[in-house]
Every structure is written in structure tokens, then in C-alpha cells.
Design a protein around this ligand. Sequence first.
Ligand code: AMP
Ligand code: ZN
Length: 115
Amino acid sequence: MSTDADCPFCKIVAGEIPADVVHRTGSTVAFRDLNAQAPTHVLVVPTSHHENAAALAQAEPGVVAELVDTAHEVAVAEGLEGYRMVFNTGAAAGQSVFHVHLHVLGGRELAWPPG
Ligand code: AMP
Ligand code: ZN
């Protein structure tokens, strides 16, 4: 399993820094975003380190489905009627942590198109 000693999300997976973990599966961890943009804002990450969703899909395609399943479990547990899943990919798209993470947002009206 790939890890990066300098990666904050690898540290959360390893329990080395605290996080408000709401769900775990064999290959994923879901925790609340520190800077929530909606009443529910959870990040779902694979336990292994990959830079973005495309890299994860190449290396461990089944884990991409596990991220989506986990996002759905979180949405059900939070009682969300609808929710948004987002993979920011690349700095130009707003990615700031280069360990793939699926944003799960809900609990308010979500505008479209996003900014
Ligand atoms: P992105 O901009 O798509 O890379 O998203 C990174 C997200 O990670 C941002 O929404 C941050 O608020 C969030 N974040 C960064 N560090 C932490 C942390 N230690 N615990 C929880 N969320 C974090
Ligand atoms: Zn990592």
C-alpha cells in the first residue's frame, strides 16, 4: 500500500493527526472537512496514497467504487435528500491536498454551475 510521510491525509489514515472520522471501510476513511462549505462536508479518502482520482482508478479501480459507496453511506447516515460528490483534480481546479479525496457536500441548496 502506498503512503507518503509528508501527506496530511496519510497521517489521518494512520491516526497520527486527529480528524472527526464518520465512517471507515476496508480501504476508505471518511472524515469531516476542517473548513466545511455546507452543513455536511465530508472527505472520503482511500487508505493508500494516490495523487488524484485518475491515478487511483489506474492503480486500484475497485477502490474508486468503494469511495462512491462510502459517500452514499455517509449521505444516508446524515439524512441528506441530495448531495454533491466532487474530485478537484489539479491545482487549477482547486486541489490543495494531493491525496485523492471525494468531497461529499449536502444539507443546503447547492447551486449549479459551481463557482
Ligand atoms: P481540495 O482543495 O479539493 O484539495 O480539498 C482539500 C480539503 O481538505 C479542503 O476542503 C480543506 O479544508 C480540507 N482539509 C485540509 N486539511 C484537513 C484536515 N487536517 N482535516 C480535515 N480537512 C482538511
Ligand atoms: Zn497521502
